[in-house]
Design a protein around this ligand. Sequence first.
Ligand code: SF4
Length: 279
Amino acid sequence: MNPYRIETPGVVSFSGGRTSGFMLRQILDAYDGELPEDLLVTFQNTGLEHAATYRFIHEVETRWGVPIKWLEYALDDEREPTVVVTDHDRASRNGEPFDLLIGKKGYLPNPVSRICTVQLKMRTQQRYLRSLPAFADGWTSAVGLRYDEPRRALRLTGDTSLENPVAPMYHAKHTEEDVLAFWRDCDFDLDLPLAGNMAGNCVGCFLKSQYKLEVLAQEMPEYFEWWIQAERKASETADAGAVFRQDRPSYANLMKQVREQGQLFSEDAGDTISCFCTD
Ligand code: SF4
């Protein structure tokens, strides 16, 4: 049985990275290039991705002819979380869904309370699927975890009993090497600046290593303005939870440091925690 033939109704979580893009291509091929009506592809936008990621997602949907649902966290008239469907041209580019979440919760996400990955990514997808009659009794959720990520792939659990998460790349034994080889041979690719996936997901994500954030702040300071402002606004309204990390300098101080002294970290000690915001 081809692990890329996902049981339906189902959803493919596309993060806008190479790994989940590879997985999507394998799933498309397993269905001879056209997905069944009840197998959807979603991308949950935080508004804080690199411009190259948005371009890449748009290239995937246009070049491969696969409809991708661009979803965003929003608040309804009662200020309860809801979901809006958008597209490449209208999608938020300045953290608007993230701002709504912080306003709703009254504090910033942090490594212990990763409300951004839960609400902006996981629950936003769930809210959308729950609104569809075909998904009322549950769905299969294909997540881009590879064979070389066994701990994460084998520990996959659904966030709700309606969701049955699967890792087809793990079962097909596809590794990072396969992913990179595929994109090397493809006629388009994700053109993020800097090595690997350093600028992937939310560019300034607080779960990235200090080394990565220093490099990113130096190379693309414009992507850090939102993070600096989010901490500034939070400090004006909250006693606690006014920074993303208690154990690190604020984003304003990070920026000041790289401007005045350059990078203090010369080696990447690795990201602190992995989350649903996979590649
Ligand atoms: S990439 Fe980081 S900041 Fe963005 S939603 Fe995921 S955990 Fe939150």
